[in-house]
Design a protein around this ligand. Structure first.
Ligand code: FES
Ligand code: FES
Length: 178
């Protein structure tokens, strides 16, 4: 996980539904999974809440809500970011990718397939964020070293797999013979 573009304070006593139900007096236009869209949001709305509650893209998971676990990872202009810490207003004019945007019409993404083939998915809660962190890495560096892979997913926690299979899956994509 690289740096977060914008940090926001997340009020602990306000639910995601309360946040997205606040006055939506701000229209934010951005490209989501390759398609331009405009969405009305509250000025304090977090990107994770807009994706999940506003747009129904629940592939983006929220666990800690405080920037510590990486389950909410999205890709913003090519960089893996924690969507639970970003204001939706900050993505105006930018490109956002979520796990829903990865699969093609008939096939899942090679990184998704590698996670399946390698056994890198157990409960699966961390998986969307892990895969997006991996995609951001491979888009920038198609042949990462093991250390590069570890660094890229260092902000993404998994309590099931012990990480070995996840690293193996990402390495398998990087070293796939075309
Ligand atoms: S839910 Fe965003 S980092 Fe944990
Ligand atoms: S597969 Fe369960 S948290 Fe990673």
């Amino acid at each position: 996980m690289t740096s977060d573009v914008q940090l926001a304070t997340r009020p602990a006593d306000v639910s995601a539904r309360d946040r997205v139900d606040a006055a939506k007096n701000l229209v934010v236009s951005f490209v989501l999974n390759g398609k331009p869209l405009s969405v009305a949001v509250a000025p304090t709305e977090l990107l994770a809440d807009t994706l999940r509650e506003g747009l129904g893209l629940t592939g983006t998971k929220v666990a800690c809500g405080t920037g510590d676990c990486g389950t909410c990872t999205a890709i913003l202009d090519g960089e893996a970011v924690r969507s639970c810490l970003m204001l939706t207003a900050m993505v105006a004019g930018k490109t956002v990718e979520t796990i829903e945007g990865l699969a093609g019409e008939s096939d899942i993404h090679p990184i998704q397939q590698a996670f399946i083939d390698t056994g890198a998915v157990q409960c699966g809660y961390c998986t969307p964020g892990m895969i997006l962190a991996a995609k951001a890495l491979l888009d920038e560096n198609p042949k990462p070293s093991a250390d590069d892979i570890k660094e890229a997913i260092s902000g993404n926690l998994c309590r099931c797999t012990g990480y070995t299979k996840i690293i193996e899956a990402i390495d398998k994509v990087a070293n796939a013979v075309a």
